[in-house]
Design a protein around this ligand. Sequence first.
Ligand code: BMA
Length: 381
Amino acid sequence: MKKKLTILLILSTFLFSSCQERNKEGKGITADPQATPETQNLLVNLKKLTAKGIMFGHQDDLLYGHGWKYEKGRSDVKDVCGDYPAVYGWELGHIELGNEMSLDSVDFSKIRQLIKAAYERGGVNTLSWHANNPLTGGSAWDVSSNEVVKSILPGGEKHELFNTWLTQLGNFFLSLKDNNGKPIQVIFRPFHEHTGSWFWWGQKLCTTDQYVALWKYTQSFLEKMGVHNLLYAYSAGSEFSTIAQYLERYPGDDVVDVMGFDTYERNGDDSREIYMKTLSSCLNVLVKAGEAHNKLIALTETGFGGIPDSTWWTKTLWPTIEKYPISYVLVWRNAWNMPGQYFAPFTGQQSADDFAEFCHLPRTLFQEDISGLKLYQKDQE
Ligand code: BMA
């Protein structure tokens, strides 16, 4: 409770000063110049919240967990520590096809409903998009051609097809509404991990110019559709070690709101040392890039699949990230139908007690820590 009050005080001071700043400059603060005031407020509030702590996020937290699917109110995270995450990740792969179900076999209507539930509780939603390969018809991981991005840009043979995909995507964003019919704000993280080469938009699969053009085209298409409830997140893999490398395909300050990267601990000799070293090195670069470009920063995906380390949360993750001003850290999904694929603990999992300790640290933020903050509230001009 004390944690909440202090955060509220900090936020109101910051909202006031940021309004003055915006008025002085006479321009918006988000990538989308027509972003709703609530979207702008979200960005301002999230930036300020970094002074208070790091929000914890979990992919698909409310949809399913280890061995269960679609149980109202259930969450593996809540089962273990008594609280929901502050940040909820969702996945839009196959929305482009007009399908009712995502590539992970969940109903988009359910995702929509749970985004609303998370929003109503004051949580933050972030969406990724493992779009199919528009040239080959394969999955996002089909890297058999390096002509894909070229083929969907204006003049390309799949351009019209890609427009229909973006229309489906945009319609989903437009359908995110609260009970009063007002848009729900989310962080959209398209074409992620582009510094690696495992998705059709990856490093070796297109040129820098093509990647940037794809980003800008997507954003302006969505804006023209009237989608103004998005913050845009640029999210690399962990292949960079300098600011120049991190920013090599950065599409520009005017089209990005959040900067982040993804990295995982993977089983193997010295995995903990390697993970901590990579994570700190990337975070050092990210902090500098975020400061230089005045962007919110986040650890947009991380985790240790199967969490074989019983003190991973308080002895590996937290000591590595705690000193950095990141907005949130999001761990990947607990697939209900793949018993080995989980990144958050569930009741009885060997890191469950340690996770509960992590959850109660003063500077980790979960749902109860942020639900009173009104992160989307309008500026009081
Ligand atoms: C990956 C895995 C896949 C999943 C995809 C999109 O990292 O979890 O099983 O289909 O994310 O959610």
